[in-house]
Design a protein around this ligand. Sequence first.
Ligand code: NAD
Length: 479
Amino acid sequence: MPQMLIGGELADASGGKTIEVRNPATGDVVDSIPRGTTAEVDAAVAAARKALPAWSALAPTKRAQLMHQAAERMKAAVPEIARILSQEQGKPLAHAVLEASRVSENLEYYAGLADKIRGDYVPLDDPAKIGFTIRRPVGVVAAITPWNFPLTLMANKICPALAAGCTVVLKPASTTPLATQRAIEVINGAGFPAGVLNTLHGSGAEIGDALVRHPGVNKVAFTGQTETGKRIMQLAAENVTRVTLELGGSDPMIVCDDADIRRASAAAAIGRFFNAGQACLAVKRVYLFRGIAEEFTAKIADRAAKEWKTGNGLAEGTKMGPLHTEAQRAEVEAQVTDAVGRGARVLAGAKRPEGKDFERGWFMEATVLADVPEDSRMATEEVFGPAMPLFIVDDLDEAIAKANSSVYGLGSSIWTRDLAKARRAAEGIEAGYTWVNDIQVAYDQLPFGGAKQSGFGKEHGLEALEGYLEKKSVVLGTG
Ligand code: NAD
């Protein structure tokens, strides 16, 4: 059974309790993990605090070297870790391989920045004084991650944190701890000093809460639901702990009447059905110009029905795994039922696949709905599953207004050959990202983060590194 990593040692929970991790495709137990308690929270934070002075003072090139070595080790471990990820999360093995590979890429990117952190020389009016800014790591980071992309979202936090000289206590979701624990052990094996990287496993409400309100934590880097993010913000206020919140989304996609419909429909299908729709950045509301609505609708319905073969993540040819939990599937089904009950038309899916292979897992077919009412749950809530609502608009003003009618503001996209329209969308849509004629993929080099209730703070890019550093002013009196 995997354990927690605390202060360089593998540890069980003090109460001896464990949590079973189940395969969403079969219901079988994949493995168990310790159910950590507040005693382990205290121990992990203490270990991270103890390790902080030496880690932050270590030569930046040495930190970079360790991260490069960790990246090499992660590359070699991809086949093993991807298999664990597919089993505990449900995603197809090929997609788990992609995700596991992203960890070493992210390590490399931030390893490259570790020795490029610097401050400024600032001339002051008084010639007898010199102003400087210096950069200091924020300190101990609590990294809390969800179950949909456990490895990517872990890497998004630990890589810039390590490069900046911070130490980390990581708590993955209790339903996807296994691949994360293994990845941390592989990374740690590169030779990080004890206490630089620590893991805790268990319930968010118990140890997650305790971690966020712990006075020894300097920053909480959180990815998860908006509701949980609100609670974290409240808890963090107790010690004025800084937070970055990567929360829910309901990304609009606008397809104009001059768009390349074949490419747009292919991107929409990937954007909605990849990871069984359980992605923060995902095509969650599609606004079609009236002139191309019929053509796009026929194409996307066809793609949903024919191209998104659902099945066990480890089975050959599976393109879409099950939903991650029974509750997750029930929620998406309820959102679809609500829309259909209010008059939406089912163009594909809206049901569970049948047959022996699907009896024990949380499967759902790729679903496309037209005529979805704008006050239905699919339009107003985040749909975290493989169900796509289509809406028709008459012009770009209407499309942008409707795109902005959500409480969320994470990603967005527009398909058009008209640069003026693309520019208006890029400037007008309230979101952290707009893709023009391109698929919704986040890049290491570009900052990523939400607007409105999708959160604040950035992951990826130089900006993520900034989030783990503090700028301090220094005045040197030379008189
Ligand atoms: P969740 O909020 O239920 O859980 C996320 C993590 O928070 C888990 O590790 C959980 O154990 C922990 N947690 C729960 N309650 C806590 C508490 N009170 N204190 C501290 N930690 C607590 O989210 P989820 O269901 O695992 O993930 C899906 C959500 O994440 C979706 O809304 C999705 O859009 C969002 N998400 C956002 C991004 C982004 O970058 N913006 C990326 C991926 C997922």
